[in-house]
Design a protein around this ligand. Structure first.
Ligand code: GLC
Length: 564
C-alpha cells in the first residue's frame, strides 16, 4: 500500500483545511484553527507568478532578460490573470549562481537595469493591479560582497572573518572542519591561502553568513526595509531553512537526503536550526509595521511537513512553499498523501498551504508528468487541482505556455551544479530557457533586438509555444490558463472550506474534493471514470464527454448529493 501518512480517509473529511474567512460558502470553520481576522489578507489566496528575471523578456537586446523587458510585458501578466509577481534576484552579482550570489542587496545590477527602472516597474505594475514581491538571499552573500572581500584580506580570528564561518581545518589542517557537503556537490568548505576554511552550503562563490553576528542580523533588516520603503508587497526568502548552523559546527549524523527531497535527520546540524525562528519573528514584526499586508514566503526544503509548518506559525513567515506536492509523482495516493499531510500541518498553525508545481530549480512539470501530449494533459488537470485548492498558488513563467524541460547541449550548460558535480548532474538550466513570445525562430521575440543571442539557446522548434501563436487559439495551453484563472476569480465558492469527497477505495485513481457547491475531480488513472451530475464549470479536456477521461480534471457545480 502506498498510503503513507494520509490521515483520516473517509467518506467526507470535512474541514481539513481552514479557508479564508470571507465568502458566502465560509460556513464551516476548522476546530483546531482560530478564526482569521477579516478582511482576509490578499496573500492567503493570491496567484503569484515567478519571473526568473534572466529568462522572461530582454528589453535591451543583450540576450539576458531584464527589468525593462518585464515592464514591457506587464499587460500580458495582467491579462493572464495573476495577482502578484515574484522577481528572482536582480541585485549586483558576479552571477556565479545567476544572481543568487548577491554582492549588494540594495542595488540593481546594470545587467538587469537600475533602481529607477525598478521604481518604474513597481509603479506600472501597481497601475495594472499587479503586486510585486522580490527575492531576499539571507543565507549567504557573493564572494565579491564587501564584507567577504574584507574577511579574506583580514587574518584568521579577526572580527571581519566573524561575519562568515571561517574555521581551521582538522588534524594537520588539511582536512575540512567537518563532514558537511555542498548542495551543489563536493565539500561545503573552501580553503583560503592562509590555511583556514570557510563554509559554503552552495557554491564556493556563495560564502555562508554567520547569523550569530549582530551586524548580519541588522543588515538583513536594513535590506528588507529598503525594499519595503520602495513599495514592494513582500519577499520570497531564499533557503529560509538555512541561516543558522549548529553552534559547534558538529559533523552531520548521516548522509544528505539524496533521492528524496528536503533536509532531514542526516543533515541535522547544517540546516533547520531552532534559532532561525527568532529571526522570522523579528521580520514578521517589521513587515507588520508597514501598511498594506506585506508578506513573506519561505523556500523551506524540509522533509517533514510538521517541521515546515513551524516556520508558518502566526508570528513567523506568512507562507512557505509546499514542495511535497511538487515532488509527488502523477499518482493518486502519492498526490493525495502530499495534499493531506501538508494541508493538515499548515492548518494547525492557521496558515494556508502554498501550492507550486514548477520553479527555476526543478524540472518543469509537463516533463515530470510524462512529457509530450500526456504531460500537457496532466499539466492542465494539475492546474485545475491547484486553483481549486484553498491557499495561494505560485506559477512559474512559461508553464502557461506548456513549456517542457529543455535538453541543452553540454557546452551550453551554465548552472554551477554541472561543473561541481563533475559533469554528472546537468543542473537546472533546462527549466530556465528564455520565454518564446512571437515569431518563427529563436529568439522568438525574447530579445528586443532581433540579433540578441539568448543566454541559453532556445529550441528551434518552439514556434508553436509562443504567446502569439497560442493567443486566441481556444485549444492552447495559454488560453486554458487564462480561462481557469479568470474563473477562479469569479467563483465565490472557492473561498469556502475544503472537503475530501471519496471513499478510500476510490483514491487510487481519483482525487475529489469540494469547495462549497464546487466539486473538483481529477482522474489520475488510466481509464475513463464516471462523472457525478452537475454543471460543468471547466474541463481540462476538449469537447463533450460524459465521464472523466484519464489525465483530466473537471470543476462541477452540484449540491453533492450524488457523490461518486
Ligand atoms: C535557492 C534558489 C536557487 C539557488 C540557491 C542558492 O534554492 O532557488 O536557485 O541556487 O537557493 O541561493
Amino acid at each position: 500500500m502506498r498510503r503513507g501518512s494520509r490521515d483520516a480517509p473517509g467518506h467526507v473529511v470535512s474541514s481539513v483545511v481552514a479557508a479564508p474567512s470571507t465568502g458566502p460558502a465560509d460556513q464551516q470553520s476548522s476546530d483546531d484553527v482560530a478564526e482569521q481576522p477579516a478582511p482576509t489578507p490578499w496573500w492567503r489566496s493570491a496567484v503569484f507568478y515567478e519571473i526568473y528575471v534572466r529568462s522572461f523578456a530582454d528589453g535591451n537586446g543583450d540576450g539576458v532578460g531584464d527589468l525593462r523587458g518585464i515592464r514591457q510585458r506587464l499587460p500580458y501578466l495582467r491579462d493572464l490573470g495573476v495577482d502578484a509577481l515574484w522577481l528572482t534576484p536582480f541585485y549586483p552579482s558576479p552571477m556565479a549562481d545567476h544572481g543568487y550570489d548577491v554582492a549588494d542587496p540594495r542595488e540593481v545590477d546594470p545587467l538587469f537595469g537600475s533602481l529607477e527602472e525598478f521604481d518604474l516597474l513597481l509603479a506600472e505594475a501597481a497601475e495594472l493591479g499587479l503586486r510585486v514581491t522580490v527575492d531576499i538571499v539571507p543565507n549567504h552573500t557573493s564572494d565579491r560582497h564587501a564584507w567577504f572581500v574584507e574577511a579574506l584580506a583580514a587574518s584568521p580570528g579577526s572580527p571581519a572573518r566573524d561575519r562568515y564561518l571561517f574555521r581551521d581545518g582538522q588534524g594537520d589542517g588539511s582536512e575540512p572542519p567537518n563532514n558537511w557537503v555542498s548542495t551543489f556537490g563536493g565539500s561545503a568548505w573552501q580553503r583560503v591561502p592562509d590555511g583556514q576554511y570557510y563554509l559554503h552550503l552552495f557554491a564556493p562563490e556563495q560564502p555562508d553568513l554567520n547569523w550569530r553576528h549582530p551586524e548580519v542580523v541588522a543588515d538583513a533588516e536594513r535590506t528588507l526595509s529598503f525594499w519595503l520603503d520602495r513599495g514592494v508587497d513582500g519577499f520570497r526568502i531564499d533557503v529560509a531553512h538555512g541561516l543558522f548552523k549548529d553552534e559547534q559546527l558538529r559533523d552531520n549524523p548521516g548522509p544528505p537526503s539524496t533521492g528524496t527531497f528536503g533536509v532531514g535527520a542526516g543533515e541535522a546540524h547544517s540546516w533547520n536550526q531552532p534559532e532561525v525562528h527568532g529571526i522570522y519573528r523579528q521580520w514578521r514584526r517589521l513587515l507588520d509595521s508597514y501598511p498594506g499586508d506585506r508578506m513573506a514566503v519561505g523556500e523551506i526544503w524540509v522533509a517533514d511537513p510538521e517541521d515546515v509548518a513551524r516556520y508558518l506559525r502566526p508570528d513567523e513567515l506568512h507562507l512557505g512553499f509546499n514542495f511535497h506536492l511538487a515532488m509527488a509523482p502523477w499518482d493518486g495516493p502519492a498526490m493525495r498523501a502530499a495534499l493531506v499531510a501538508s494541508t493538515a500541518a499548515t492548518s494547525r498553525v492557521g496558515a494556508p498551504a502554498t501550492w507550486v508545481l514548477s520553479n527555476h530549480d526543478i524540472v518543469r512539470h509537463v516533463t515530470r508528468y510524462g512529457g509530450g501530449e500526456v504531460g500537457l494533459r496532466r499539466a492542465r488537470a494539475a492546474l485545475m487541482m491547484l486553483l481549486a485548492l484553498p491557499g495561494p498558488v505560485y506559477l512559474y513563467a512559461g508553464e502557461e505556455l506548456g513549456l517542457p524541460q529543455v535538453e541543452l547541449p553540454d557546452d551550453a550548460l551554465q548552472d554551477p551544479i554541472w561543473e561541481r558535480s563533475g559533469h554528472t548532474d546537468r543542473g537546472r538550466d533546462g527549466c530556465r530557457v528564455p520565454l518564446p513570445w512571437d515569431g518563427s525562430q529563436p529568439p522568438f521575440g525574447f530579445s528586443a533586438d532581433a540579433g540578441g543571442q539568448p543566454w541559453l539557446p532556445m529550441p528551434a522548434d518552439w514556434a508553436g509555444y509562443t504567446v502569439a501563436a497560442q493567443t486566441a487559439d481556444p485549444a492552447s495551453m495559454l488560453e486554458f490558463y487564462r480561462r481557469a484563472l479568470a474563473l477562479r476569480r469569479e467563483l465565490p465558492e472557492l473561498s469556502g472550506s475544503l472537503e475530501w469527497t471519496l471513499e478510500p477505495a476510490q483514491e487510487d485513481e481519483l482525487l475529489s474534493f469540494r469547495r462549497g457547491s464546487v466539486q473538483c475531480l481529477v482522474n489520475l488513472g488510466t481509464g475513463d471514470l464516471p462523472r457525478p451530475a452537475g454543471q460543468v464549470l471547466l474541463a481540462s479536456f476538449p469537447g463533450q464527454h460524459d465521464g472523466l477521461p484519464p489525465d483530466s480534471a473537471v470543476w462541477l457545480r452540484n449540491r453533492g448529493e450524488s457523490a461518486l
